[in-house]
Ligand binder design. Structure first.
Ligand SMILES: Cc1cc2nc3c(=O)[nH]c(=O)nc-3n(C[C@H](O)[C@H](O)[C@H](O)COP(=O)(O)OP(=O)(O)OC[C@H]3O[C@@H](n4cnc5c(N)ncnc54)[C@H](O)[C@@H]3O)c2cc1C
Length: 386
């Protein structure tokens, strides 16, 4: 649902201009520095990039799912580093609060997340609990008016620069799997919370990711989000929305790579002709365009269904699975069309090729989404495999 089509279309235009004129020219510098410089972060904050999905009452844009995916498709046409910098605040780092936070928690943190004054992150993954996230071991033990957290989280996007951590921890060791998990807010300066050094990664330079350690980390009991034992449900609400959002974030890079490669193949000549005139090259262009169009249609349809209040758990998996795999295929074809230059590290396509590989791994690997889609397909047919 788009609340005010005219206003929203002019917002998208200005976002497109902002990416083209401000962010894209800085991509190489950000990749080299391996960080988004502070002046750019405050410029992005002034533009409002941190508050897309945070309700208007708390200083955000309060975007509907359809608006969010359209904005994401624009923003993600520039280097992944920029949108990853704002992305936890507009997604997983604020969404648990938006979905299940108390009025007090929302008023305390959401305006600061929306303005970019603080950065949030979402910590569920552990060294022994990745795809099987419900087997997480980090514990949260009640002690009077506090909880005491112990455990290790890994692969946490923006942890090195986060001020606020949404943490999934086990409050009941006796309840199996998801039932014993609760969600907590932990502020960065809390004694007992430590953050590891940023990993050296294959791509996404400028987007810091690290481990997080909790050692007798005491937090006020009021930092529990929702009720004890309901944390996994909160996490699933966050991830279901985020999967549609992430699918949109896979479409922007694919659009950008196709734009770049269309220009390249129309000017690069071999055998006395632009390589774009060769039908085998045209087939790769057509496959990219077709898959981008299909992903867009899929994501927009799912976003609209979610805005209409429908259960889109399976569709969210379909979006994430298809769009992330599609983006990988587009990146691969575009490198192919660049020939040897596609392997040389001074162009956006080579960078995107490495950056977008992550999309198929996080927020549910492709295999986990395939399982989810198949499980729901059997369920919808009234069939059980147990
Ligand atoms: C750069 C980066 C940023 C991340 N950011 C965050 C973050 O901000 N917050 C957070 O909590 N987590 C984050 N993650 C973690 C990410 O979500 C996990 O890495 C992902 O869920 C996979 O878990 P795993 O790495 O332990 O792989 P595993 O679960 O060990 O999977 C390894 C392989 O086995 C396959 N596999 C596993 N189980 C099955 C099965 N049942 N059937 C078929 N195949 C299976 C997987 O598909 C995969 O191919 C991030 C990861 C990375 C790399």
């Amino acid at each position: 649902m788009i609340r005010n089509p005219e206003e929203f279309s002019s917002f998208l235009d200005s976002l497109q201009k902002y990416c083209k004129l401000k962010l894209i020219p800085l991509e190489a510098e950000v990749a080299l520095l391996d960080e988004v410089p502070a002046d750019i972060v405050s410029d992005m904050a002034n533009f409002g990039l941190f508050g897309f999905s945070i309700p208007e009452t708390y200083g955000g844009f309060g975007m509907t799912t359809e608006e969010l995916v359209l904005a994401a498709m624009e923003l993600s046409q520039c280097s992944v580093a920029f949108r990853a910098r704002v992305g936890t605040n507009t997604g997983i780092g604020s969404e648990a609060l938006v979905a299940d936070g108390s009025e007090f928690q929302k008023a305390k943190y959401l305006p600061r997340l929306a303005s970019g004054e603080i950065t949030g992150c979402f910590a569920i993954t552990e060294p022994d609990a990745g795809s099987d996230a419900a087997s997480l071991k980090t514990s949260a033990k009640k002690d009077g008016d506090s909880y005491i957290l112990n455990g290790v989280k890994c692969f946490i996007t923006n942890a090195p620069i986060s001020d606020l951590f949404t943490v999934m921890a086990r409050t009941d060791q006796n309840k199996p799997k998801a039932n014993g998990v609760s969600a907590f807010l932990v502020e960065r300066n809390t004694p007992g919370l430590n953050v590891g050094n940023p990993y050296k990664k294959m791509g996404q330079a400028g987007s810091p990711v690290s481990e997080v350690y909790f050692e007798n980390c005491r937090i006020p009991a009021s930092n529990l989000i929702g009720s004890e034992g309901e944390g996994f449900k909160t996490a699933m609400k966050v991830l279901n929305k985020q999967r549609i959002h992430l699918a949109a974030l896979c479409i922007g890079p694919a659009i950008r790579m196709l734009d770049e490669i269309v220009k390249y193949t129309s000017s690069r000549e071999q055998f006395g002709k632009p390589i774009g005139a060769f039908q085998l090259v045209q087939a790769m262009i057509a496959d990219c365009q077709t898959e981008i169009y299909a992903a867009k249609a899929l994501v927009l349809e799912t976003a609209r269904k979610r805005d209409a209040g429908e259960d889109v758990a399976m569709e969210a998996s379909i979006c994430k699975y298809f769009a992330s795999e599609m983006c990988g295929r587009v990146a691969d074809r575009c490198v192919q069309m660049l020939g040897g230059y596609g392997y040389i590290s001074d162009n956006a396509i080579e960078r995107f090729y490495r950056d977008v590989r992550l999309f198929r791994l996080y927020e549910g690997t492709s295999q986990i989404h395939q399982l989810n889609i198949a499980r729901n397909t059997f369920k919808n047919a009234g069939l059980s495999l147990n």
